[in-house]
Design a protein around this ligand. Structure first.
Ligand code: FAD
Length: 302
């Protein structure tokens, strides 16, 4: 069913955006493939998203069609789990824990869908979703095939899916046997730590900028920042932002959290233009002080 003139703000965790002309909500793999065939046959252009936890929708809204993945199925074969792209990461992780399979539990508490996690190679606590991905099933202008982990070109918060208009249909994960009790303990501990940073209901898209990979930096730059500030081989963007006074800065209703320099949140009526303006100011400040270009982890949905 196609919904007309739907508010995008209500479909993103940042609560930003005008209206989309046509919204198609998809609940399973077959529904997705049927819709994609229809769009191709009728030469209708479209874009896909899911939980809206990593995007900034435009203030002027979107003309045309948006596909939103809102569910799907997940099943296991031995130590492998196969999940539709629209399944939430939480549902997938809970399924893996229930089945005593380890590999996903450190991603507990990350909002969003399996497809969205693959696109941005989501991660936390030193692991990324690509560490356990075997293959990704994708739709590429009418053709459906499985891309191996290597062919998916995963990098830190990056993958081929950020650069090609493929639609992720489902994903195969390779996990390891473990005990339900220890997986559940890890998961609950991580969720409790995360809830201190991201208070439930906070209108935000998670971390705004990517952290900086130390291997990409000159030694003199690292020395200036301090080796003690490296975490998991990266300089946290939040550290650099805090050094340029980001905490508490705002443009309109978009503000940076007082306790975390890389946390942009919407106080109520925030606009994507305000987000871009604030991001631009902070990028310039960080470049001036450290000679480092910050790159957005969030995606502007144009
Ligand atoms: C409070 C909070 C905390 C967060 N913490 C983390 C964290 O610790 N680590 C982390 O990595 N991220 C984090 N994020 C960001 C976000 O949760 C992840 O990036 C998530 O995986 C995005 O999934 P989504 O379904 O919301 O994607 P969306 O925001 O809906 O889409 C993101 C991008 O993926 C594309 N996309 C989505 N589904 C498909 C598909 N099936 N096929 C093709 N393209 C698709 C969209 O077009 C868009 O470009 C956080 C976000 C919030 C709000």
């Amino acid at each position: 069913m196609v919904k007309k003139s739907v508010s995008l703000a209500g479909l993103s965790t940042f609560s930003i955006g005008g209206k989309v002309d046509n919204l198609v909500e998809i609940k399973n793999r077959n529904g997705l493939l049927t819709s994609l065939s229809y769009f191709k046959k009728n030469k209708i252009s479209f874009k896909v998203f899911a939980e809206g936890s990593n995007i900034v929708f435009p203030d002027k809204g979107i003309n045309g069609f948006l596909i939103r993945l809102i569910n799907g199925s997940v099943y296991k074969i031995g130590n492998e789990i196969v999940s539709d792209a629209g399944v939430t990461l939480t549902k997938l992780i809970n399924f893996s824990i229930k089945n005593g399979l380890s590999g996903l539990e450190k991603l507990s508490g990350i909002p969003g869908s399996v497809g969205g996690a693959v696109v941005g190679n989501a991660g936390a606590y030193g692991i990324s979703v690509s560490d356990i991905i075997q293959e990704v099933e994708c739709w590429d202008n009418g053709k459906i095939y499985w891309l191996t982990n290597a062919d998916s070109r995963f990098r830190y918060r990056d993958s081929i899916f950020k650069h090609k208009p493929f639609v992720i249909v489902s994903v195969r994960f390779r996990l390891k046997k473990s005990s339900y009790d220890s997986l559940r303990k890890t998961s609950l501990e991580i969720i409790s730590i995360r809830e201190k940073k991201y208070k439930p209901g906070l209108k935000c898209p998670g971390s705004f900028f990517k952290n900086i990979i130390v291997a990409d930096l000159k030694k003199t730059v690292i020395e200036r920042i301090g080796f003690e500030n490296i975490k998991y081989g990266k300089i946290p963007a939040g550290f650099l932002l805090e050094k340029v006074g980001a905490c508490g800065m705002s443009v309109g209703d978009i503000e940076i959290a007082s306790f975390h320099g890389n946390l942009f949140y919407n106080k109520g009526k925030g606009k994507s233009e305000e987000v871009k303006k604030l991001a631009g100011i902070l990028k310039a400040k960080v470049y001036k002080k450290f000679g480092i270009f910050l790159e957005e982890e969030i995606r502007y949905f144009l």
